[in-house]
Design a protein. Structure first.
Length: 324
């Protein structure tokens, strides 16, 4: 085995440390201009609310304006693809949801590859979806809905788009109960709730962040939450699993940047997300709406998303779930 003199080893070690310092120093002034968060849904939904609230806190931490831009459509693919094709410089993030993990199984011809197009920044939080109906709806329980379908009633459920948590929540109910309920995809929770309130659709499995305000105002009635355990934010509301054994859907939110974004930049973004997400103002706002803050390191978020992709790949295949 070749043996290098101590002086050469020290020189090599010093050179590596110098290069690392130069690399870190090259991004010491980041960000030098506004940072953009792309929301792949229409305005006024739960994801939009979380992005805008978190963006305000991130702006304080980064010392730059954080702009939120809505790019809805194609079950989050349009906005997500925009970020995949953006420069890997830390100035464009996408706020991802469960659709990010589901779409590779549901939409085989995606214009990007999750494995190679993105770098994880941080998981923001998790929470339930909530099965809601209009306040004047005749349905007060999950059993009421299933009984109505059995009697021949034709019902519809809305979602924020194909592959979203609302879509999968509805499809799990359909597949576990064999209930014939038609899926109507929208370009975000805002349009979905508009049609729900207007009577164009019967049900909506909205995220807690999207529906909590309307439930609190008495415009919507919450029938059940989709997680295995009841949600503290929806006291007295049972789980879907209490009526349909084996049922479980959990929403989540997190940030990705384009693959190739320098590690020092990702580290700065991660620190800003964590600080903003763990602030008392943000926690109070979102936990009131059912979201449990779980700000993470990039590696933790990466492991979580990979596990979610594997879980939903199995569920989509076993249940024959299709995009509408």
């Amino acid at each position: 085995m070749t043996s290098f003199p101590i002086s050469l080893r020290r020189l090599a070690s010093g050179l590596c440390l110098s290069l690392a310092a130069i690399a870190g120093g090259a991004y010491a002034d980041y960000p030098e201009r506004p940072v953009r968060i792309v929301v792949p849904f229409a305005p006024a939904g739960g994801t939009d609310l979380i992005a805008r609230t978190l963006g305000q806190g991130m702006s304080k931490e980064l010392g730059q304006t954080v702009i939120v831009e809505n790019k809805p459509g194609a079950g989050t693919v349009i906005g997500t693809d925009l970020v995949a094709k953006s420069p890997a410089d830390g100035y464009t993030l996408v706020i991802a949801t469960m659709a990010h993990a589901v779409n590779p199984s549901l939409l085989p011809k995606l214009p990007y590859n999750n494995e190679t197009a993105f770098a994880p920044v941080s998981l923001i939080g998790k929470g339930p979806n909530v099965l809601v109906v209009r306040a004047d709806s005749p349905y007060k329980t999950v059993k009421d809905i299933l009984d109505a379908v059995k009697s021949g009633k034709k019902l519809t459920y809305a979602s924020q788009g194909n592959g979203t948590s609302a879509h999968l929540a509805g499809e799990m109910l359909v597949n576990l109960t064999k209930a014939d309920i038609l899926h109507i995809p929208y370009r975000g929770a805002g349009p979905a709730m508009t049609d729900l309130l207007g009577g164009q659709v019967d049900l909506f499995f909205g995220t807690a962040a999207a529906v909590s305000s309307m439930v609190g105002q008495g415009k919507l009635r919450a029938l059940a939450v989709t997680t295995l355990e009841p949600s503290p934010a929806f006291k007295g509301i049972p789980t879907v699993a209490a009526t349909v054994p084996g049922y479980s859907v959990e929403s989540w939110y997190g940030f990705f940047v384009p693959a190739g974004t320098p590690a020092p930049v990702i580290a700065k973004l991660n620190a800003a997300v964590k600080k903003a997400a763990q602030s008392p103002e943000f926690v109070k706002k979102v936990e009131h709406e059912g979201l449990i803050v779980t700000a993470s390191d990039p590696a933790e978020f990466d492991r979580y998303v990979k596990a979610e992709e594997a879980r939903w790949r199995k569920i989509v295949k076993e249940n024959g779930i299709k995009a509408e």
